[in-house]
Design a protein around this ligand. Structure first.
Ligand SMILES: *Cc1c(COP(=O)(O)O)cnc(C)c1O
Length: 453
């Protein structure tokens, strides 16, 4: 076993339950609030958007939730996913540290997002929903949902931010191959979209506008619902299959992590990897440092404030207590599109507030430099988002080189970058720049965050 490179699980070793971290936290997370009454949101408040089963999971305090058999059947197309020991990267860095990465790029869409897209579509199908709507930026979530809808025979309608609809045609093609119907947002389908196009026919769009369009289409019919790919409790719940598998895989080689690092956009791949390890830490079975890694251009945890804010730019969602840069904040166009979100999963914000996890921000040049080192040794070209996790692992491994410590470092390589080569191209031509976010820009966007009595 000493020379292993990848640690695999048999299909019948795949975990059959998701883990709900809420059950084990020393304090319950603050409730979501109805934006009108400011009272805790009820299941009714979500009923026009999500099926009952997902609303129950959103509010659940039950420790383990069974994964339905039909969802496990689809998971088996790519799960269990491999855990790799990055021996060649370790050698390049000349570090005594052991670096492990859980690779989620083996899914059909090339990222961790199908782990939640599949159960979300399944529960909608059970409740008679015929069509799901959603928004997508670069296209990772839209393609995952289109794939999942194809598995269960639902229609899928996607509003893709117009700027990336035009700049990233290949993701759109993937969505269409899986049967998705893709509109650039703003679109002429919704009233809101038409009003924006009337002002500017070449409107570049934004995630906030695309959410508004997808939501407004979902609430028009009982057979249509909406799906979100990150941030919410039920999304993080579904992603815990990543950490549960990684625990089993590390046990096979007799290792426990000393440091766990993960990239945080909305917080779903991080929560998915970290929460099962946090359970073990709280139970006293191991003691890893658990660290979120975000871009310096969108430093939600490290520079945002922990308070109630809207999940979308238009202010349609319930108010969530989370680390936020303000819902009107528009981040600079950094290459890790999936990390450009003004807020953070309420559960990740809560465990950060409780001091159970740490956070750092890393500039994109260091991230891409780490990713190129990684690709040249380990072979896989990472998506721009997990380049942040890799850069953090490299930082940690280089500290071990200085101190001689043989730390075990664990991270998630949550997607491959085969459709993001333009960013690598820019990096290698020397045309990429680091973007710092000024305190003035943050203060400006925070002005729009609701002030609660
Ligand atoms: C969407 C996405 C992210 C960001 O979302 P999280 O909820 O923070 O995981 C990160 N990496 C990849 C590959 C993505 O597709």
């Amino acid at each position: 076993m000493s020379e292993y490179t990848k640690i695999l699980l048999e299909e019948d070793e795949m975990p059959t339950q998701w883990y709900n971290v809420v059950a084990d936290l020393p304090a319950p997370p603050p409730p979501q609030l109805h934006p009108g009454t400011l009272q805790p949101a009820t299941a009714e408040d979500f009923a026009a958007l999500f099926p009952k089963a997902l609303i129950e999971q959103e509010m659940s305090t039950q420790r383990y939730i069974d994964i339905p058999g039909e969802v496990l059947d689809v998971y088996r197309l790519w799960r269990p996913s491999p855990l790799f020991r990055a021996r060649r990267l370790e050698k390049l860095l000349d570090t005594p540290a052991k670096i492990f990465y859980k690779y989620e790029g083996v899914s059909p869409a090339g990222s961790h997002k199908p782990n939640t897209a599949v159960p979300q579509v399944y529960y909608n199908m059970l409740e008679g929903v015929k069509k799901l709507t959603t928004e997508t930026g670069a296209g990772q979530w839209g393609s995952s949902l289109a794939f999942a809808c194809a598995q269960f025979g639902l229609e899928c309608e996607i509003w893709q931010v117009a700027a990336s609809y035009r700049a990233k045609p290949h993701r759109r093609t993937m969505m269409e191959i899986w049967g998705g119907k893709v509109h650039p947002s703003p679109s002429d389908i919704t009233e809101f979209g038409r009003s924006l196009l009337a002002k500017d026919p070449n409107h570049p769009g934004s995630l906030g506008i695309a959410i508004s369009e997808a939501v407004s289409e979902a609430v028009t019919s009982d057979e249509v619902r909406y799906a979100l790919g990150s941030v919410l409790n039920h999304v993080l719940l579904h992603q815990t299959i990543i950490g549960e598998e990684a625990l089993l895989q590390l046990a096979k080689v007799g290792e426990t992590p000393d440091v766990l690092v993960g990239c945080t956009g909305g917080g779903s791949n991080f929560g998915g990897l970290a929460f099962p390890f946090l359970r073990e830490k709280l139970a006293g079975n191991m003691n890893p440092v658990i660290r979120c890694v975000e871009p310096t251009a969108c430093p939600t945890l490290t520079k945002g404030q922990y308070r109630y804010d809207f999940g979308d730019t238009a202010g349609l969602t319930p108010l969530m207590k989370m680390h936020t840069l303000g819902h009107s904040f528009i981040p600079e166009p950094i290459h890790a599109g999936g990390l450009r979100y003004h807020g953070m999963a309420p559960l990740v914000s809560h465990v950060y507030d409780l001091g159970l996890v740490e956070a750092i921000a890393i500039p994109q040049l260091e991230c891409f430099a780490g990713a190129v080192q990684f690709a040249r040794t380990e072979g896989i070209v990472p998506a721009p988002e997990p380049t942040h996790a890799i850069a953090a692992a490299v930082r940690e491994a280089l500290i071990c080189k200085e101190t001689g410590e043989e730390k075990v470092i664990l991270t998630a390589l949550c997607g491959h970058g085969h459709l993001d080569l333009a960013s690598y191209d820019q990096f290698m031509r020397g045309e990429m720049q680091d973007l710092e976010l000024s305190d003035e820009a943050i203060a400006e966007a925070m002005k729009d965050v609701p002030v609660l009595a």
